[in-house]
Design a protein around this ligand. Structure first.
Ligand code: AMX
Length: 437
């Protein structure tokens, strides 16, 4: 058994009595009541999910297993010659809550390599889809196609379901899936945008480095990939992709069914597609100006025109955050510290948008959070390095998001979380509760 799985088994055994005690002795303790506004308004703020993988404070932003983004980057073992950590070490952290040693990290690196071969039938599925299908359709289809190999579902069908040990099958499925997502993303990218020519994995590289290599990117982009996947991994469990994955898994559906569904949620413009929308908005705007940077007045006009036409400013606002997203700040610092990128016109425009948009959103008076989220900054980095196919950006997000969603559903199984089933009411009942009927 790998060190990671052994440590995970110990953590699970130590954690189980806490959840069991809470459910048995304190089940009636209230976490707050729900209102009509919350029932109509997307369940915003209702506390009815549990996760220990990450926590999102509205003012501070995300902490992964208790670590802020800078603390996470500082604490994890770094890829030799790089300022950025191994994605594999981050996976160890999210799974167990422990910062791994270099040795433990390298064990995960080897484990993923041994599981990373994409089956030929997945390639066949990808090739059978119309080539102009959105890359998220391809990504989700590839994940779903692999369900036939699910350890959990195959054991379940063989009558081998055991509530106490089934987390191990979920762990195996999650690891098998995670190890293949980078290569699948790279295959989609090269098939769609690089003349259907493909690059084999380099056995000497880590997951992030290999993704950069397999899409045909530069040495510098390896750090971009590592940073990007880690930053997009987890944002506690109420967001659409994480919640969908958890919800589907709660029916004892396996990791493939669950994460394919999560990816479909990530594909929406209010969620993961926003990074594509940000680049489209910004590029269209620059094209109208003949490639020149706008004046502040021109920029304000364009932002108001977007709002007045009933659209949202992509990359701004958040359901939970009430300040600038630290994932935005982290990527902004990467731009400011990277020669060439800090003076790049598109980055300058993104910075100008950052300077004027919050005031405009405040003046409009609708958005509860006028500050930028992760998506406002990520596309410009991709564009700078030559990943200019912005419909692909959400696939990058989807590879990263699996780092959070899959440990979450492994723990869901370990702690025996119930099938999810919130209660519905009718509009008549709401009107009765409001005293207007
Ligand atoms: N531009 C214009 N209007 C906005 C806005 C924005 N960026 N953000 C919120 N609003 C509007 C909402 O549309 C809503 O209007 P309505 O009352 O007419 O329906 C009103 O402000 C109140 O919304 P809210 O409570 O502040 O936000 P929310 O929790 O309902 O939605 C989010 C959050 C992210 C969907 C929203 O801010 C938004 O649409 N942002 C732009 C899209 C985006 O960047 N999405 C990515 C989010 C991060 C991620 O998941 N990747």
């Amino acid at each position: 058994m790998s060190t990671l799985k052994k440590v995970l088994a110990e953590k699970i055994a130590a954690h189980r009595p806490r959840t069991t005690r809470l459910a048995k002795e304190f089940a009636d303790v209230s976490l707050g009541e729900s209102t009509i506004g919350q029932a109509i308004g997307g369940a915003r703020g209702i506390k009815c999910l549990v996760t220990d993988i990450s926590y999102l404070d509205p003012m501070e932003g995300i902490r992964f297993r208790g670590y802020t983004i800078p603390e996470t980057f500082a604490a994890l073992p770094k890829v030799p010659g790089s300022d950025y950590p191994y994605v594999e070490g981050f996976w160890y952290l999210l799974m167990t809550g422990d910062i791994p040693t270099m040795e433990q990290t390298l064990e995960v690196v080897e484990d993923w390599k041994s599981r990373s071969q994409v089956p030929q039938y997945v390639i066949d599925v990808l090739r059978a889809l119309p080539r102009d299908s959105h890359p998220m359709v391809m990504f989700s289809s590839a994940i779903l196609a692999m369900q036939r190999d699910s350890v959990f579902s195959n054991n379940y069908a063989a009558g081998k379901f055991n509530k106490m040990t089934c987390w191990e099958d979920m762990y195996e499925d999650s690891t098998n899936l995670m190890a293949k997502l980078g290569p699948i993303g790279a295959y989609i990218y090269r098939m769609k945008y690089k003349g259907d020519t493909h690059i084999d994995a380099d056995p000497d590289l880590d997951m992030g480095g290999n993704f950069a290599h397999m899409i045909g990117q530069s040495e510098d982009y390896k750090n971009v990939a590592r940073m990007y996947f880690i930053l997009h991994s987890d944002h506690e469990s109420g967001n659409v992709s994480a919640h969908t994955t958890h919800l589907v898994a709660s029916a004892l559906s396996d990791a493939y069914y669950a994460y394919s569904a999560g990816i479909n949620g990530l594909a929406g413009p209010l969620h993961g597609l926003a990074n594509e929308e940000v680049l489209r908005w910004t590029q269209n705007f620059m094209a109208k100006l003949g490639g020149e940077l706008p004046t502040e007045e021109q920029l304000k006009e364009a932002l108001w025109a977007t709002l007045n036409s009933g659209q949202v400013i992509p990359g701004y606002g958040h359901a939970v955050l009430r300040k600038t997203d630290p994932r935005y700040t982290s990527q902004r610092e990467f731009c400011l510290n990277t020669e060439g990128l800090k003076d790049y016109p598109l980055f300058k425009l993104v910075s100008m948008i950052f300077d004027v948009t919050p005031d405009i959103l405040v003046e409009q008076g609708k958005a509860k959070n006028p500050w930028p989220n992760v998506d406002a900054q990520s596309g410009v980095i991709q564009w700078y390095y030559g990943v200019t196919q912005y419909e692909f950006y959400t696939v990058l997000f989807g590879i990263g998001r699996a780092l959070g969603c899959l440990p979450n559903i492994t723990w869901d199984r370990a702690l025996g979380y119930a099938i999810e089933r919130p209660k519905s009411v009718t509009t008549d009942m709401l009107e009765a509760a409001a005293g207007i009927k």
